[in-house]
Design a protein around this ligand. Structure first.
Ligand code: PGA
Length: 265
C-alpha cells in the first residue's frame, strides 16, 4: 500500500488583494524548502487565474479554490464550476468549509455534490467537517461527523472516495487560538477511519487523507503531524504571512518525518 502524501493547505479566506496573492505566491516559491508534501494555498476567487499562472510555473505550491459549484453550467448567477477551475489550472478546491456551511447555508448534500463534481474534473476536493462548541460539549462530535461524512461517501465511487482529502476543523478551534489537542485528533481520526471503512472499504479508509485544521501554528504543526492518522493541516491565520507559513511547513515536515517510521502503511 502506498504511503499517503502529506498535504499542508493555507486557506487565505477573504484576505490578500489580487496583487498581494501573486506576491505571496512568488515569495513562497522562493522560500519553501524542497519537500515531498503537497503545499497548497487557497486565494480569493478573483485571484485564482493569476495565482494559477504563477504557481504552475514550478512545483513548489499548488492552488486551491475556496469554493466551487456542483453543476458544470447553467442558470446559476455568481457561481463557477469545477470545469472552470480545471481550465485555470487549479488542482484543489476547499468544499464545505464551516464558514460556507453556516454563513451560506451549504447542506451536507450540496457538499457531497460539490466534491463529486470536483473529482469528475480531476480537481482534488478538500472537504471540511467539524462540530460546534455546544455539540462538542454535549458529546455529539462523532454523531456530527457521521452525519457529515455519510452523504459524502455514499455519493462517491470507491475510486473517487480514495482520492478525497477530508479536513476535520472543529468550529470552536477555528480562529480562536485554541487548537485541539493532537492526541484528541488521533482519537477522532481513528473513529473517522473506522467510519470510512464501514461506509466504503478498508482500502479507502487507508488511502484517504485526513487533515486537521483550527488555530494551527508553527509551534503546534509538528505535534499534529506526528499523529499516525494525521496526513496534513488546513491553516487559516498562520498561512497569511509567507515567513510564518514557511516556518509552519518546515515544522510540519519535521513532525511527519519523525513519525513516518511508525505510520500505518
Ligand atoms: P485558523 O483557520 O487556522 O485561522 O483557525 C482555519 C480554517 O478556517 O481553515
Amino acid at each position: 500500500m502506498q504511503q499517503r502524501r502529506p498535504l499542508i493547505c493555507g486557506n487565505w479566506k477573504l484576505h490578500h488583494s489580487v496583487a498581494q496573492s501573486r506576491c505571496v505566491i512568488r515569495q513562497l516559491q522562493q522560500l519553501l524548502p524542497p519537500t515531498p508534501m503537497h503545499i497548497v494555498v487557497a486565494p480569493v476567487a478573483v485571484a485564482l487565474e493569476s495565482s494559477c499562472r504563477i504557481a504552475n510555473r514550478s512545483q513548489a505550491v499548488a492552488i486551491a479554490a475556496q469554493n466551487v459549484f456542483y453543476a458544470p453550467q447553467g442558470a446559476f448567477t455568481g457561481e463557477w464550476s469545477a470545469l472552470h477551475l480545471r481550465e485555470l489550472g487549479c488542482r484543489f478546491a476547499l468544499v464545505g468549509h464551516s464558514e460556507r456551511r453556516h454563513l451560506f447555508a451549504e447542506s451536507d448534500t450540496a457538499v457531497a455534490q460539490k466534491a463529486r463534481a470536483c473529482l469528475q474534473q480531476r480537481i482534488t476536493p478538500i472537504v471540511c467537517m467539524g462540530e460546534s462548541l455546544p455539540q462538542q460539549q454535549q458529546g455529539q462530535t462523532q454523531a456530527v461527523l457521521a452525519a457529515q461524512l455519510t452523504p459524502l461517501l455514499h455519493a462517491l465511487s470507491p475510486r473517487q472516495a480514495a482520492q478525497l482529502v477530508v479536513a476535520y476543523e472543529p468550529i470552536w478551534a477555528i480562529g480562536s487560538g485554541q487548537a485541539a489537542q493532537p492526541q484528541l485528533i488521533q482519537q477522532i481520526f481513528t473513529f473517522v477511519r473506522q467510519l470510512i471503512q464501514q461506509l466504503q472499504s478498508s482500502t479507502v479508509a487507508q488511502q484517504l487523507r485526513l487533515l486537521y485544521g483550527g488555530s494551527v501554528s508553527p509551534q503546534s504543526a509538528a505535534a499534529f503531524m506526528q499523529q499516525p492518522h494525521v496526513d496534513g493541516l488546513l491553516v487559516g491565520g498562520a498561512s497569511l504571512q509567507p515567513h510564518t507559513f514557511v516556518d509552519l511547513v518546515k515544522q510540519a515536515h519535521r513532525g511527519w518525518l519523525a513519525a513516518t517510521a511508525c505510520r500505518p502503511q
